[in-house]
Design a binder for this molecule. Structure first.
Ligand code: 2NL
Length: 366
């Protein structure tokens, strides 16, 4: 079979010269594929006499094996050459800085809550917490807000469809005051606590979100008066805004849970059209903005807390944490606080090591 020898020699030569995996594959198809010459010879065995088959069969099978082995060799050689080329072209520069892993950040609301806890801790206040799902007695009745009080209306407060085991309406707390009621009942007097946390009201626009953060403070002791309230709030605001030129303006107001009630404004100064906290609001370029509500705890609320109002007096105050954060760190849209946009957090968020600042210092005297 000269034909076989010649075809085998030609095929092996072509394999040796093939320079790409595609070229090797084309040769494989032309020899071993369905229409290939090796396959044709294998098929021809069927039409031969036994004698012919005995003499030609081994040659054809040997040719198939030789071609198969040559194809595998050439394919392997081309693959290792390609790998070799890649390895010598690619370099790893070990002196480059490692890629940055994405970093989390502390939300401004959390940062401000931490600052508040530190400032009040310096004045001897503990942090109290309580349930966000409350009953209407702790949220309203104990705060001198009777059944008829408008804040109890469905359109202001989120109620649950069911009542609790005592038959009380259940709701999402509308302020953190119930935490203080629970503390009065559980620990008695004297008390010095702040209660920061989430509160819920059925309200939604550019300046109101259905959930926001409040902080309230409560002091109950003997002989507490408005002077203690004023000093505490002034000391707190100086430390929080890190300025000694904080000027307060107290205005008479009304809350059901305090009597008398006092609204607290802080003076600001207009600098390049921006309100900067500090200075008297009555100065030129000045103005007042409301930052806190407060007052002497109503006698009825002290009684609901299980204490004798002839023996114990107190003051309380409350404000929005989100609002305080906006004022201190210059954010303008409340809704962005709760959008969860990482770009906003990257801009306004705090690093894990930005510890709450007390550089204004509760202990610092002007
Ligand atoms: C505001 C005003 C205020 C209180 C909260 C309070 C709590 C108890 C007793 C008496 Cl247990 N008062 N809290 C008092 C006055 C004002 O909040 O503007 N909040 C956002």
């Amino acid at each position: 079979m000269e034909n076989l020898d010649q075809q085998q020699a030609e095929t092996l030569a072509a394999i040796a010269e093939a320079n790409t995996p595609d070229a090797v594959e084309a040769i494989r198809v032309s020899a071993l594929g369905k229409q290939g010459w090796v396959s044709a010879l294998l098929k021809s065995l069927g039409g031969m006499t036994p004698d012919q088959r005995q003499s030609e069969g081994p040659k054809i099978h040997a040719a198939r094996e030789a071609v198969t082995a040559a194809l595998a060799d050439r394919k392997g050689a081309l693959e290792s050459a390609a790998l070799e080329a890649r390895l010598s072209a690619e370099t790893v520069d070990l002196s480059l800085p490692a890629p940055q892993a994405p970093k989390g950040s502390v939300h401004p609301v959390s940062q401000v809550m931490d600052e508040l806890a530190e400032i009040f801790a310096d004045m001897g206040f503990a942090v109290a917490s309580g349930p966000e799902i409350e009953d209407d007695w702790h949220n309203f009745t104990a705060l001198n807000m009777p059944e008829t009080h408008p804040a109890r209306a469905m359109h202001d407060t989120f109620y649950f469809p069911d009542k609790d085991a005592e038959g009380r309406d259940m709701l999402l707390r509308t302020h953190t005051s119930p935490v203080q009621i629970r503390s009065m009942i559980a620990q008695g007097a004297p008390i010095r606590i702040i209660a920061p946390g989430r509160v819920y009201r059925s309200d939604s626009d550019a300046t109101h979100t259905p959930m926001f953060h409040q902080i309230e403070g409560l002091v109950i002791d003997k002989g507490i008066h408005l002077g203690h309230l004023k000093w505490t709030l002034e000391t707190f605001l100086k430390a929080f805004f890190e300025r000694d030129d904080i000027v307060l303006r107290l205005r008479p107001s009304y809350f059901p849970f305090t009597e008398p009630s006092v609204e607290v404004d802080v003076g600001y100064t207009l600098i390049n059209g921006k309100r900067v906290v500090g200075g008297s609001g009555d100065a030129e370029n000045g103005g007042w903005m409301e930052v806190l509500g407060s007052g002497m705890v109503n006698r009825k609320v002290i009684e609901f807390g299980g204490l004798d109002p002839d023996e114990w007096q107190g003051f309380a105050f409350g404000t929005g944490v989100d609002r305080l954060a906006m004022l201190k760190y210059g954010m303008d849209d409340l809704r962005a606080f709760f959008d969860g946009d990482v770009r906003w957090l990257g801009h306004y968020g705090f690093g894990a090591l930005d510890v709450p600042t007390l550089s204004g210092g509760v202990g610092v005297r002007s």
